[in-house]
Design a protein around this ligand. Structure first.
Ligand code: ADP
Ligand code: MG
Ligand code: ZN
Length: 609
């Protein structure tokens, strides 16, 4: 209804404009006075006329005194016949210039036709818009259950291939096989081999799952249907299932092809878990996916690739042979891969000669491919902002910190007292991190606010690690507590600045006890069943599988681990008091200390035994 009113308003406005144009046309014509033929003839006879222009049946007359007149003649007679009929003396016509114009001029047509046609035209346009509105609404309703899959058969230029995916060697090898299946299916069918139906890509966010899936399609040069798990789910039960059906139908028509379901955990969560209404729809959608995957013939050459970063919540039925039986795990990139990814993304960016991607890779342990791509982008922006033509190392380092902690907030006003507290706090973190042999080395200490932090100490692991020992965790707790401890030591009381440190230390200590089995008292077992349940939009995690008594013991052990960390930190702080003061002095003076400067102040980092 609103639309109708809107259309009508548009119609009305257009009408007004046209009417306005017309009236201006009309008044222009009105300036010439309309006269009868007799008047005209008498004027000719009395020699008042200087100029006559005949356009069709209209006679435009200009008098000698400049006045304009207009007369109408009969259609059949020409002007000269007219003059004859009125017996005008030819000598009277000598001084009068007569010209006859073709009446096909634009003005003529406009003036003659528009008054008749325009109303119809306007009504037509109005109806057209109305119909179109209705039709849109209609087709939207009709296509509600259709899949909204985006199909791209990419052209040469924008095609993504394995070359665009750096690192991920194992994953690429696995997927190369899939490419082979799609390109030469006969080779495999002849030997009676079944082509896998589903491939599940597992990996942390930003590790390049979506990118890999697209590169498979690019390598195999087959159509690629892309749909995200959440796109199946609408408010109404049954829509998801119907979309799945239509998606597979589309795919079957253009086989061989790849059907990619991104973020499949949105629909593929374990069935039966979850409170509230939404899981009903999800279950139906999931069931339909299972049915469709079972339904297509092995000779149909459709390969379903799905991606998720939550394999733990997937329904076991999805993982059964014949469905997503191939699993490809994509790890966070290691040092070599990080450098390769940086290289890929710096292809179209002008890097300064001295810019060293290897050092950037070294400083970014634990970063995903997406983070690295982001770093290069941020660096380019920083370079552009400072008016450089090339990206230099500085830009890259700054970008790392920006991505890690947030942008610097130099403008935040802090009092001298706050500055001093922050300096001691960060110096505490840095000192303990440095002198605790198993903690990661310090790369930078700063008391410039960044993101939500008042200051920060940047520690970077010297190598890629996948396993950690108990002593490392204790050191980590010590480092986290150090800021708080130093504040208390120096100022006699603590500020709110240490809250997130304490929270992280506590969470770490809890994991030591309940997840890693590192408590001697409680033994090598885990505590608490982590189960996914969605209730009112919140995930409720833990389910207790231990008694009240054990819970007490867990709390005790957590306290013990925190105590151990505290002791370690205290020892270091007491032993290296002078160095602490020199870090603080340097921080208050320069606000930021880099790695080499820091090591000059405090000496080399002790080696782990
Ligand atoms: P995911 O789907 O795993 O969350 P994406 O595939 O969307 O991650 O990756 C996000 C972006 O990160 C990609 O568009 C790409 O720019 C970059 N990226 C991630 N991994 C790689 C890689 N191995 N090589 C090159 N670029 C990568
Ligand atoms: Mg993705
Ligand atoms: Zn802190």
């Amino acid at each position: 209804m609103k639309k109708l009113i809107k259309n009508f308003a548009i119609f009305f406005i257009v009408f007004l404009i046209i009417a306005a144009i017309f009236s201006s046309f009309a008044t222009q014509g009105d300036k010439a006075e309309t006269v009868g033929l007799e008047t005209l003839i008498s004027q000719i006879n009395s020699g008042q006329v200087s100029d006559i222009v005949v356009v069709g049946n209209k006679i435009n007359v200009t008098l000698k005194d400049g006045k304009k007149e207009m007369a109408q003649k009969e259609a059949v007679d020409s002007f000269s016949t007219l003059l004859n009929n009125f017996k005008v003396d030819p000598s009277k016509m000598v001084g009068v210039s007569i010209s006859v114009k073709d009446e096909s001029g634009l003005d003529y047509w406009l003036a003659n036709i528009i008054p008749f046609v325009l109303p119809f035209l306007l009504v037509g346009v109005f109806l057209y818009f109305m119909m179109r509105g209705l039709q849109n609404a209609n087709s939207r309703a009709m296509s509600f259950g259709q899949s909204t899959a985006k199909d791209f058969a990419p052209d040469e230029k924008s095609r993504v291939t394995f070359k665009d995916v750096a690192g991920a060697k194992e994953a690429k090898e696995e997927l190369a096989e899939i490419v082979e299946f799609l390109r030469y299916p006969k080779k495999f069918h002849e030997l009676g081999a079944k082509i896998p139906r589903g491939v599940l890509l597992l990996g942390a966010p930003g590790t390049g799952k979506t990118l890999l899936a697209r590169s498979v399609a690019g390598e195999a040069q087959v159509p690629f249907f892309h749909m995200s798990g959440s796109e199946f789910v609408e408010m109404f039960v049954g829509v998801g299932a119907s979309r799945v059906r239509s998606l597979f139908q589309k795919a079957k028509k253009s086989a061989p092809c790849i059907l990619f379901i991104d973020e499949i955990d949105a629909v593929g969560r374990r069935r039966g878990a979850g409170l509230g209404g939404s899981h009903d729809e999800r279950e139906q959608t999931l069931n339909q996916i299972l049915v469709e995957m079972d339904g297509f013939e092995p000779t149909q050459n459709i390969i379903v690739i799905a991606a998720t970063n939550r394999p733990d919540v997937l329904d076991p039925a999805l993982l059964r042979p014949g469905r997503f039986d191939r699993r490809v795990v994509i790890d966070l990139p290691d040092l070599k891969d990080r450098e390769a990814i940086l290289r890929v993304h710096s292809r179209r960016k002008p890097l300064a000669k001295e810019a060293n991607l290897k050092t950037i890779a070294e400083r970014t342990a634990g970063f995903s491919g997406a983070d690295l791509a982001n770093i290069l982008n941020e660096a380019a922006i920083l370079a552009a902002r400072s008016g450089r033509k090339e990206i230099v190392n500085e830009d890259l380092f700054e970008a790392i910190e920006k991505v890690m902690i947030g942008p610097e907030r130099k403008s935040r006003v802090i009092t001298e007292k706050e500055k001093k507290i922050t300096a001691y706090h960060e110096a505490g973190h840095a000192l303990v991190a440095h002198f605790s042999p198993t903690a990661d080395p310090v790369h930078k200490v700063s008391i410039i606010a960044r993101g939500s932090a008042g200051g920060y100490t940047l520690k970077v692991p010297s190598e890629d690690r996948h396993m950690h020992a108990k002593s490392e965790f204790i050191s980590e707790i010590a480092v986290l507590l150090a800021g708080h401890l130093v504040e208390k030591d120096i100022f006699g009381e603590v500020t709110t600045g240490a809250t997130s440190d304490l929270r992280r230390a506590t969470a770490l200590a809890r994991s030591l006890v309940t997840d890693y089995g590192m408590s001697d008292k409680l033994g090598p077992r885990t505590y608490g069943e982590k189960e996914e349940m969605i209730f009112l939009g919140r995930e409720i995690h833990e389910q207790r599988d231990y008694s009240e008594k054990v819970a007490e013991k867990i709390d005790e052990e957590i306290a013990n681990f925190i105590k151990a960390g505290e002791e370690e930190a205290k020892t270091i702080i007491v032993e290296h008091r002078t160095q602490l003061e020199s870090i603080v002095a340097a921080l208050l003076e320069k606000e930021t200390i880099e790695k080499t400067e820091f090591e000059n102040l405090v000496g080399p980092k002790p080696k782990a035994a």
